[in-house]
Design a protein around this ligand. Structure first.
Ligand SMILES: *[C@@H]1O[C@H](CO)[C@@H](O)[C@H](O)[C@H]1NC(C)=O
Ligand SMILES: *[C@@H]1O[C@H](CO)[C@@H](O)[C@H](O)[C@H]1NC(C)=O
Length: 333
């Protein structure tokens, strides 16, 4: 315990910025330079998994003090854009691009099994999400005029392609694979996701809503959706103009039926949003990290360092971030 406190102190001294010390700040963790991380899943305060390009997965069981890095054999060129971890030894990773791939480990990453594979050309799975570690959903870019959906009923051990009953996407409407968080499994058999590109919309069961976010380009629209009770928040923007502060975040207080821009928005394009609790939310993107302490009404930047993904412990309060150049951090709050 003493050792833990001492090493925590060293990290915090190194990461104190020139400006005043905020109550909420990021402590950097040992990363993996040369890698890009967009997949992150936090089991509890000490256990988290991270995934990225070059077939790379990282796993920590001591709150990020040490991270065990692995390059999944046979998948060294794949980009694992999303990961869902169930405990210290069980996790599911998803690779973008074709063939569409989902792998699963039950032994802490010593071995990985292909639990879903689609060799069709044009497959591009963007994100996976789970409800209570059991019911899973995966979304991919539209194929043959329909959204590409896969589901699992058994914690990712097997997956089936779903035939979507919802209406067809617009041409040029797609999903971003920027943080694995544009889809939320609300309960078994019910999910919502947010799109971007030519149109940015919220797909919620059979309900379809336009989102007043930047759209019309290939780098515009919603990147991430987070849900906490009645409050839902979407973030995105234009990743090619990541400091533009207009039309990149919307808040709903009625489970996604109506949306408003916050009084004080986040400070630019954001690829990921997460609810730490009902009132405290965090969002990150290539241009920095912001926190809200009032349920998303007003936001304050806590860092100008870019991160792609931020997640809170499923059981616990720890918040971790991962991003470009192998960056990893933990939020102190
Ligand atoms: C996909 O391709 C791989 C490699 O060519 C092959 O081993 C596998 O059987 C194919 N899978 C399916 C489902 O067609
Ligand atoms: C927040 O943004 C302002 C304006 O760009 C900047 O001056 C300040 O340093 C940022 N704060 C942190 C903690 O990065």
């Amino acid at each position: 315990m003493k050792k833990l406190i001492v090493s925590g102190l060293v990290v915090s001294l190194l990461s104190v910025t020139a400006t005043s010390v905020c109550a909420q700040q990021l402590d950097s963790l040992p990363g993996k330079p040369g890698h890009s991380f967009r997949g992150l899943s936090v089991v509890n305060n000490r256990q988290f998994w991270v995934s990225g390009n070059k077939g790379t997965v990282g796993r920590s069981t001591d709150g990020g003090k040490t991270i065990q890095w692995m390059q999944v054999k046979g998948y060294e060129t794949r980009d694992f854009r999303d990961i869902e971890a169930f405990d210290a030894v069980t996790a599911v990773v998803m690779a973008i691009d074709s063939p569409g791939l989902i792998l699963r480990t039950h032994d802490g990453g010593a071995s990985w099994q292909e639990v879903y594979r689609d060799n069709s050309s044009g497959v591009f799975i963007d994100a996976i999400a789970f409800y209570k570690n059991k019911a899973g959903i995966g979304i991919g870019d539209p194929m043959d005029g329909k959204f590409y959906l896969v589901q699992s009923q058994d914690a990712g051990q097997s997956w089936q392609r779903l035939q979507p009953t919802m209406s067809a996407p617009d041409s040029g409407e797609a999903c971003f694979a920027s943080s694995g968080t544009n889809i939320v499994q609300l309960k078994k058999g019910k999910f919502a996701f947010a799109t971007g590109g030519r149109s940015s919309r919220l797909w919620n069961g059979e309900t379809l809503l336009p989102l007043a976010l930047m759209q019309g380009g290939t780098s515009t629209g919603a990147n991430s959706l987070a849900v906490c009770g009645r409050r839902w928040i979407v973030v995105g923007g234009d990743f090619s103009r990541d400091t533009v502060t207009q039309e990149h975040i919307l808040v709903s207080n009625d489970r996604g039926q109506t949306w408003q821009a916050p009084i004080q928005p986040t400070s630019g394009y954001r690829s990921c949003i997460t609810a730490i609790n009902k009132r405290k939310w965090i969002a990150c993107g290539t241009s920095g990290v912001d926190i809200s302490n009032d349920g998303g009404k007003t936001w304050r930047n806590i860092s100008k360092t870019g991160y792609h993904v931020v997640q809170v412990a499923k059981r616990g309060r720890a918040v971790y971030l991962a991003g470009g150049n192998g960056r990893l951090a933990k939020l102190r709050w």
